[in-house]
Design a protein. Structure first.
Length: 636
């Protein structure tokens, strides 16, 4: 519930919103020096927890319990119309501007977003902090899902407490204890579930982020006690100074995100923010509150919801989703964000929140309007998904593999179109097209399984849908240690290679069952850029990178298996990827390290990390060379 709606509007809190959304926008536009800007979401969570709890407690004091139907109706009127406008815009853009292979993903993203479960959907991708070239224009909606889930569960908890403790004069103290215990459990979950190699589960989880709105909620509960509120008013300078210092000092150490973020950094930031909120709410006007309440700051805070909704799609539309700052596109994205947020606020959000026609809706009609809006979005998303297979007068190619072709997919798609082919994507980071049961990382800092079994269903769906002429296989994960029938197999074992060849032959049958030709690229050597990330002898190196540099005999043996299968089976063709990515001839014998020179004419490395092609500027020419080689092998 908005403070303004309770008659005690505090403009400085809108100014705090402006800082929060400014940090997030700067992060997503890749502004140098603001790598910790993602933590602006944490500020939003704390502030949201405070504001809705303050309103709910005020309601409970007047009516004995919060009026949940009224609260949720206000939430939907506040959030759903602007989000629906954004979702429709994204779906329309995807229908006309996105390549075919992206449409199913965007349609699914929209479906999860409209039912407010986007965070649980997006955390599976592990791409919030590292672009794989397939970032969703709706990726940022994960945070709104967390808020909506909190808006559902926390008011219920308050209402339940009011019912259970109806004979007591005050439910505040029990609710403070409940919020504190739940927040502590959430902080512990954030640390326990943190995985340095895949941080999205810990970062996006409702359970792991709940402590932030709960801290804000605890402040609202405590300030509802006159004695506590007076104590905060008496010490507002200390609260403001200490809170601002803690937040400002903590913020730079969160970039990455660093392990510190998950092991107490986010908690420290939240405590700093909550202290600032207490000072703004309880204290008299100060330099800080006057700055935050300054008209332009407060106005941007009032439209901050729209700014948050639109900034990431604009960043993607301007090609800023790969982490490189580009001043011109960033300025255009920022101007576009402000313009659409202003239009949304004045012509969509405000009329629906305060218009007489909407205010007069009965509860059943309001529910019907909400469900109808959601149904429209779901129908639009379903229509987008249905258009994926409609590409007239083109032959189909399905690409499957790991993160190397995945990050290059946009360039591969453009190169395929130039040759009269349509392309769809069945590649997934960290997976081999074999779709094996589990891949296992048993090295320090890399422990944990990588489950790729779902990839076979994706492959089968695309093959059935498109009946492709070519299935293109490009991966390096075949030589990775993995589970087989409950046992861990490693390349050092002969059984590993026997099982591998048998599984490849089974995969050939599956991937070519509709008549496709399977083109398997023989993996290339890593680039010298990998040496900076994985120095020789560094045992903390990711196991597959260590294999690539120091056990090149595994790659070579896998390539021989491919050549043998292609020689035996007319459904399979193969070619060597090494000449396309490396300078100079491939050595006849394995070397340590096996890294090849991939410097380009401008002095830059083709693969700055030694593995993935640097998209700007080398993505298009590399993709063109790869597609030409695929088609040459197919036609030979």
């Amino acid at each position: 519930m908005e403070a303004a709606e309770k008659g005690n509007y505090i403009a400085s809190l809108d100014g705090l919103r402006t800082i929060a959304v400014g940090l997030v926008i700067a992060f997503h536009l890749a502004v140098p020096g603001l790598g910790a800007g993602f933590a602006g979401v944490d500020v939003f969570f704390v502030l949201s927890g405070y504001l809705i709890t303050a309103g709910l407690i005020s309601d409970s004091n007047r009516f004995g319990r919060p009026r949940l139907a009224r609260f949720w109706q206000r939430r939907f009127r506040r959030l759903l119309p602007a989000a629906s406008l954004l979702l429709l815009a994204v779906l329309v853009h995807a229908s006309f501007a996105l390549p075919v292979y992206r449409r199913v993903g965007v349609s699914e993203d929209a479906m999860w977003t409209v039912i407010y479960l986007a965070n649980w959907h997006f955390m599976q991708a592990n791409t919030y902090f590292s672009s794989d070239g397939m970032s969703s224009p709706l990726l940022h909606m994960w945070s709104l899902a967390v808020e909506e889930q909190f808006y559902f569960a926390w008011p219920l908890a308050i209402a339940l407490a009011c019912v259970i403790l109806r004979r007591r004069s005050n439910v505040t103290k029990p609710l403070v204890i409940l919020a504190g215990v739940a927040a502590l459990a959430s902080v512990i979950a954030l640390a326990v579930l943190y995985d340095p190699t895949a941080a999205d589960r810990a970062y996006m989880g409702t359970d792991t982020k709940a402590f932030e709105p709960l801290i804000g909620a605890s402040l609202a509960l405590l300030l509802s006690m006159p004695r506590v509120r007076q104590a905060a008013a008496d010490r507002y300078r200390i609260l403001a100074t200490l809170g601002a210092l803690v937040a400002i000092i903590t913020l730079p150490f969160l970039a990455g995100p660093s392990g510190f973020y998950f092991y107490g950094g986010a908690l420290l930031l939240s405590l700093g923010v909550v202290a600032v909120i207490a000072a703004l709410v309880c204290g008299p006007p100060s330099a800080l509150s006057q700055f935050l309440a300054w008209a332009p700051m407060a106005y941007l805070g009032r439209i901050s919801y729209g700014l948050y909704l639109w900034h990431w799609p604009w960043a993607m539309w301007m090609g800023l989703s790969h982490g490189a700052f580009k001043a011109g596109p960033a300025v255009v994205a920022l101007c576009g964000t402000v313009a659409t947020a202003v239009v949304s606020y004045h012509f969509v959000e405000q009329p629906i929140r305060h218009g007489r026609a909407v205010s007069g809706l009965t509860a059943p009609r309001f529910v019907a309007a909400v469900l109808g809006s959601m149904a429209v979005i779901l129908a639009a998303a379903g229509t987008l998904r249905a258009t994926q297979g409609f590409v007239p007068e083109r032959q189909w190619m399905v690409v499957t593999g790991d993160s190397v072709p995945l990050k290059l997919m946009s360039s591969l798609d453009a190169a395929a179109k130039e040759q009269g082919w349509a392309l769809d994507n069945a590649a997934r980071g960290g997976c081999t097209p074999l779709a094996v049961e589990l891949q296992e990382y048993r090295e320090p800092d890399h422990e944990g399984p990588g489950d790729c079994r779902a990839l076979s269903a994706i492959q089968d769906d695309l093959i059935e849908r498109h009946d492709p002429e070519i299935v293109f296989w490009w991966s390096r994960y075949e030589t990775h240690q993995r589970w087989f029938q409950g046992r861990l197999l490693v390349p050092e074992q002969e059984e590993f290679w026997i099982v591998l060849e048998a599984e490849v032959r089974e995969s050939v049958d599956r991937l070519t069952r509709e008549g496709a030709t399977l083109l398997i690229a023989q993996p290339e050597r890593p680039g010298i850029g990998l040496l900076a990330k994985c120095p020789v002898g560094d045992r903390a190196c990711f196991p597959l990178d260590d294999y690539a540099l120091n056990r090149d005999e595994y790659r070579r043996r896998w390539n021989r298996i491919i050549e043998r299968i292609a020689a035996d089976d007319p459904r399979v063709r193969t070619f060597r990827m090494d000449p396309l990515l490396c300078n100079g001839p491939e050595p006849t014998e394995p070397r340590k390290p096996a890294a090849c020179d991939d410097h380009q004419g401008n002095g830059r490395l083709l693969r700055e990390d030694g593995i993935h092609v640097t998209l700007d500027p080398f993505g298009p020419p590399t993709a063109e060379a790869v597609v030409r080689e695929v088609l040459r092998s197919y036609r030979s």
